[in-house]
Design a protein. Sequence first.
Length: 352
Amino acid sequence: MDLPHITWSLPGIGGKIRETLEDFVVEEIPIFHPIGKGEHLFVNLTWEGIGTRRLSQSLATLFGLGKKAVGYAGLKDVRSVSTQTFSLLLGQLSYDDILNIHRVIEARLLVKVNWIRPHSRKLRTGQLLGNKFSINITDISMDLKKALFRAREIARTLESLGVPNFYGPQRVDSKNVLRGYEIIKGRLRVRDRWLRRFLVSSYIDYLCNLYLIKRLENGDFFRLLQGDIVKKYSTGGMFVVEDPDAELFRFKAKEISFTAPIFGPRMWWAEKSSGELEKDIFEESGITLEELKKLGVRGTRRLGRLLPEIAFRELDRGIRLNFFLPKGAYATIILREFMKSSARYTKPDRLE
């Protein structure tokens, strides 16, 4: 799937990312803070070169815990420097116990412990606001002043128009999408539960990307449709658009965004013209709601338009971008607009 660019008329700066792990820094922003008492110990860590799931397993092994006794809100990339919070079900602990746990984690796992504090409940998937990114684009072949000028124009366009909340290529890799489809159709069995869910989600996420592409090609990314289910950026509240013209001011003022479908039997379907687009995509997908239900897929909706505020500055080695994205959004979707090299430089078919 060749994802179109919002900034298709602006040339990119090229370059590379992740020449070193320090070139890709991500910090998870929590949705709440631990209260200071309880049986779950929240541990905020900074590490590099290892994924969230593997570090979670290392924490469980270190303290003799089962997998379900360790919680985290989201997954971080192996090829990065990451800061994230984990919860450990260790029971009531004294101050001295907590200090000792701090020392043990740093000594045994070679990570930095930023803080530790007890809480009454486990940290669960999705319990985060989003992530702050600090990413270096290096090995830029053009003059850096020229690259900064281009980056400034791209950033202005992205902040003005917004960015489609595409799933990144690491999520919708073509092989994963095809394997997910085969699992849904019952033609492929995968024993590992986590991998099976990931592959099934890859196909559903592919359909979400297809929906966003269709809105771009139809010019509907820049407006609301009758029957859209929109989301308020400030509160997360959602409602159905009865009169697109009446809600257009709020959309342009960046108070609300349309949402995209994550198909499943419990998904809130859009209505009227917006709902027709969703139904067309699902009917052409080759899968059924009954098949998804058998696999435990529920369905939900996803924010359709990202509104990143992007700061950047010149480095000796290139350009550094700093921005925040809400949970579930991919930094690579922002980077590809600037670089236009790691993915094909693609203009939407009917976007003028």
